[in-house]
Design a protein around this ligand. Structure first.
Ligand SMILES: [Cu+2]
Length: 512
């Protein structure tokens, strides 16, 4: 086989976010370099042969991000972001969700195949301040880098901006036996890509920075660290990249145009490793890459960039020679078969700014937009109807399923899209066909993962049902209850409440 190395970003260059009005370019912060924060692993409360018990606490704190005053931030079992959670597939997992924040939140397991709308932690599953909830589940899915983030409507964007996002690693026997780096914190590290604006005294001010097309900031923050470096002590290093930004896409490449290898996407390893020099990641996507520092020596430095902005520096130390080869066969995708009678479902993401919609409608918390029988695969055509000249890439995300990317405008998907995914960037004017099967009955959300678009109504809900059983009725949240709770928690009248997504409905004269 001839070796192919991809040297472009796959995506249509004209659709990159640079052209959009909301876009703020990155620049290097005036702050000293600091070691990359590698979050510790969350320790289980208890573990037996078949069961694991965890407590996940959403809490407020202060974090030294920039020199001077600490920044008020939120996190999970930590002042910002969180501890990294490990869920072994097949074990019965029990989680206590505690809310020590001053306001309600939800705990959304982005990428876990768990039932909605409650365990999944979307907007129907609030945990109020001072309260705790218990959930439990068993994961039947391949090893993957997933994540936990807040998902309360219409305040997902603001709560994530404050820091509520952390990595959740699903592990299994197959992936742990492969010859790829998996020593957490040493040769296998999380890299959460985010950007922020810091105001007076290094504080965040989401309301001041609000933009309906997504909030960006000039300062890159990696795992909560500004101007980070990582001490490399092994020849090979695995990065678990997560675009945890509210709206920014990242166009990643290394100094010296150093080649790297992508081994995994959102929901699984890739069937085969893909060699590349450039990689674009859109909101909420995960890409795992392995960098080989062969040829570099103690004292050298390799830099990860987005466009021209350095994000993370790798300081090379002495390492043992590593001749291991990444296996050519990483993962076998078992694609579900589609009954030829099943029609193709079309989903249209339209609009920008306050006008964003799915299928011509804004999200309504009590409206179920679609149904699909459990176990029955269906093609979905995801259309981004934005003008190809001025539109945005909308990252389309689904809860409760892992899908396969079948085609882009009728052509082969990008080479690094052949594993299971839960989020796919759709170029303006493009139709992406995906293959969707739900294995668990429940109510699930699907939406654009630009968080301000999601809060602003570019979101819908689908009920996956068991065809031979009566349709379950779920107890759904209503906006009035949520708004009254937020107002009470903030000590203000409901009519004085400002929440990001509200603006988009108000501007169009609509009720949430
Ligand atoms: Cu969008």
């Amino acid at each position: 086989m001839t070796e192919t190395v991809t040297t472009d970003y796959f995506f249509d260059e004209k659709a990159f976010d640079k052209q959009d009005g909301a876009y703020i370019p990155l620049r290097v912060a005036d702050a000293p370099e600091k070691p990359l924060n590698v979050p510790p692993l969350l320790k289980p409360d208890k573990e037996t042969k078949d069961d694991v018990y965890y407590t996940v606490t959403a809490q407020a704190g202060e974090t030294q991000i920039l020199p001077g005053a600490k920044t008020k931030t939120w996190g999970y079992n930590n002042s910002i972001l969180g501890k990294t959670i490990v869920y072994p597939a097949g074990k019965h997992i029990h989680v206590t969700l505690q809310n020590h924040l001053p306001e309600l939140t939800t705990f959304h397991w982005h990428g876990l195949l768990v039932t909605g709308p409650y365990v999944d932690g979307g907007c129907h599953a609030p945990v109020y301040p001072g309260e705790a909830k218990q959930i439990d589940f068993t994961l039947n899915q391949p090893a993957a880098t997933t994540w936990l983030h807040a998902h309360p409507c219409p305040s997902t964007a603001e709560q994530v901006w404050h820091g509520l996002a952390t990595m959740v690693l699903v592990t299994d026997k197959h992936s742990s036996e492969l010859n790829i780096p998996n020593n957490y914190g040493v040769d296998d590290i999380p890299v959460v890509l985010q950007d922020r604006i810091f105001h007076e005294n290094n504080q965040l001010d989401y309301h001041a920075d609000y933009n309906p097309d997504g909030v960006t900031g000039p300062t890159a923050m990696i795992n909560g660290t500004v101007n980070p470096y990582f001490d490399v002590t092994t020849q090979k290093l695995r990065l678990r990249l997560l675009d945890g930004a509210n709206r920014r896409e990242w166009r990643l490449h290394l100094s010296d145009d150093l080649q790297f290898t992508q081994i995994a996407g959102d929901e699984s390893l890739l069937p085969h490793p893909i060699k590349m020099t450039h990689l674009m990641i859109t909101c909420a996507e995960r890409q795992e890459i392995v960098i080989d520092f062969e040829g570099y020596h103690e004292g050298d430095e390799v830099t990860l960039f987005s466009d021209d902005t350095p994000l993370l520096k790798f300081r090379i130390h002495k390492f043992a020679k590593d001749d291991s080869v990444i296996p050519e066969d990483l993962f076998t995708v078992k694609a579900p078969t589609v009954d030829p009678q099943t029609p193709v479902r079309k989903v249209v993401m339209s609009g920008m700014d306050e006008g964003v919609e799915i299928d011509g409608k804004k999200f309504q918390i009590q409206r179920i937009d679609a149904t699909q029988p459990v176990g029955k695969a269906q093609y979905w055509d995801i259309v981004n109807s934005n003008d190809p000249k001025q539109g945005m890439v909308h990252p389309f995300h689904m809860h409760g399923t892992e899908f396969l990317v079948i085609s882009r405008n009728g052509h082969e998907p990008y080479p690094n899209e052949h594993g299971f995914k839960d989020t796919v960037g759709v170029n303006p004017g493009e139709t992406v066909r995906i293959l969707v099967r739900f294995d668990l009955p429940g109510l699930y959300m699907y939406h654009c993962h630009i968080l301000e678009h999601e809060d602003g109504g570019m979101m819908a809900q689908i009920q996956a049902y068991e065809p031979d059983k009566p349709m379950p009725k779920y107890k759904l949240m209503d906006m009035e209850t949520l708004m009254n709770a937020f107002a009470k928690e903030r000590g203000i009248k409901p009519e004085d409440l400002w929440m990001a997504g509200m603006d988009s409905y108000k501007k169009l004269g609509m009720k949430m």
